[in-house]
Design a protein around this ligand. Structure first.
Ligand SMILES: [Zn+2]
Length: 284
């Protein structure tokens, strides 16, 4: 996920907020959309701000910005409202390909703001209820002045190559038979490059070099920024750690296993690299 075309970020709520503003309403990480699960149902859509009262939904709007000129707000609801027929809360993952991509990307942004709002209601230092800091996407403590910003957790992803082979691993948490690139969260004090060397060493026991940046993806489950690289094998034999990584193997371009879905940066990284390697002559 990324900043959609036509999106202008902002944090100062317009006054008044127009009734046609897109309202991204979340409860337990699920987004309020129209429609139901039937195959023949019309495509889902998010409600307008002006619809929320008739849906029995209240809450403080957090301004996100504008999408093609229309204001967008995020609203978190704690309790389960009894929704009228034709509305439901749906997991964001289930809405891939169902919502227009710019709306989905804005919803992913909204979900992170709602999650931050939900988990920063009290000061982490002194426990006083926080308030939104005017002019900033931040919460401040009126008693001690502590400020809390939305959390983004950087993580690395790396696809290691050896000649025309790629290293793909099956994490224990993956569905059986699915393989992907290696990934892991950055630890305090590390650069992203440090993280790549450490995670590759820990997970599969090899050394890598020639790190090359590929791209990044915001991933709101709940607040990751995945930063993807390719790297070349520089020494050592594969030794999967057995806890996080169940299996890791070198695969030729002609023999890649089942891969993650195409919405993930993992899949784009693997597809682009495998396509490049496939053009290299196979050793006889
Ligand atoms: Zn405080």
């Amino acid at each position: 996920m990324h900043t959609p075309q036509g999106f202008v970020p902002g944090h100062a709520l317009p006054d008044p907020l127009s009734a046609d503003a897109h309202a991204f309403v979340f409860r337990d990480g699920k987004l309020l959309v129209s429609g139901d699960d039937r195959a023949q149902a019309p495509p889902p859509a998010v409600p307008a701000w002006g619809d929320l009262a008739s849906l029995g939904i209240g809450g403080t709007p957090h301004f996100l910005g504008t999408l093609d000129g229309t204001p967008c707000v995020a609203v978190g609801v704690a309790a389960d409202p009894s929704l009228p027929h034709g509305w439901r809360f749906a997991g964001l993952r289930s809405l891939f390909f169902a919502l227009p991509e710019p709306v989905l990307a804005t919803a992913a942004r909204a979900s992170q703001i709602v999650e931050w709002d939900r988990t920063h209601r009290f000061c982490g230092v002194c426990g006083t209820p926080t308030r939104d800091k005017p002019g900033d996407r931040a919460k401040e403590c009126p008693a001690c002045g502590h400020t809390a910003f939305p959390r983004v957790s950087p993580a690395m992803m790396v696809l290691v190559t050896r000649g025309r082979e790629v290293l793909l691993a099956r994490a224990n948490r993956f569905p059986v038979a699915m393989y992907s690139a290696l990934a892991g969260f950055v630890e305090p004090g590390e650069t992203i490059e440090d993280c790549i060397h450490r995670e590759v060493r820990e997970e599969v026991g090899i050394e890598v070099g020639h790190l090359t940046y590929f791209g990044s993806q915001s991933w709101s489950f709940p607040h990751s920024l995945m930063i993807a690289f390719t790297a070349e094998h520089a020494g050592g034999e594969l030794a999967p750690d057995g806890t996080e990584i169940a299996d890791a193997q070198w695969f030729a371009p002609e023999a890649v296993p089942k891969l993650p879905p195409s919405v993930s940066i993992a899949r784009r990284l693997i597809d682009a690299t495998v396509a490049r390697l496939a053009r290299m002559p196979a050793r006889s």
